[in-house]
Design a protein around this ligand. Structure first.
Ligand code: HEM
Length: 125
């Protein structure tokens, strides 16, 4: 079977929901990340769900609700160092593993996320 988008190929809403929850569980346990995130991650999780759905080719839910992503601008209030970039990507790699994302999707997703994470850095160590 051929799937048109990564979102569909990995299993759509259910799989994305698993990824996002696995990811924020790790963020919340990570000493470098926890301090810059809100204590209550409910809204963060909800927005990331909308964003990643759209980012990987699913319905454009984030734009419908939040407008143009402008992600670098939205991250400027938070000091994102190379260490925090690495931590974010490590949490995401573990979340994709926990959600049992198979190749070639796992590598394709990490490549795209790495480009975006590099773009979010705004503070030297
Ligand atoms: C929001 C940190 C990379 C997507 C946030 C927030 C923080 C943060 C602290 C605010 C949470 C809140 O107030 O609820 C980081 C760090 C990164 C990173 C440390 C390391 C590089 C990324 C990447 C993406 C992303 C790579 C997308 C692929 C988002 C989205 C939001 C968000 C969609 C919500 C924006 C909104 O309010 O609409 N991030 N982020 N972030 N982040 Fe990141």
């Amino acid at each position: 079977i051929e799937h048109r988008t990564i979102y569909e190929a990995i299993g759509g809403y259910k799989t994305m929901n698993n990824i996002v929850h696995a990811f924020y569980t790790r963020v919340n346990d990570h000493p470098d990340l926890k301090p810059i995130f809100p204590d209550d991650l409910t809204e963060t999780i909800r927005r990331q769900m909308l964003f990643l759905t759209q980012f990987f080719g699913g319905p454009r839910l984030y734009e419908e609700e939040r407008g143009h992503p402008m992600l670098r601008r939205r991250h400027l209030p938070f000091p994102i160092t190379p260490t925090r970039r690495d931590a974010w990507l490590t949490c995401m790699a573990a979340a994709l593993e926990e959600a049992e994302i198979k190749e070639p999707y796992r590598t394709a997703m990490m490549e795209r996320l790495t480009l975006t994470a590099n773009h979010m850095m705004n503070t030297p160590e």
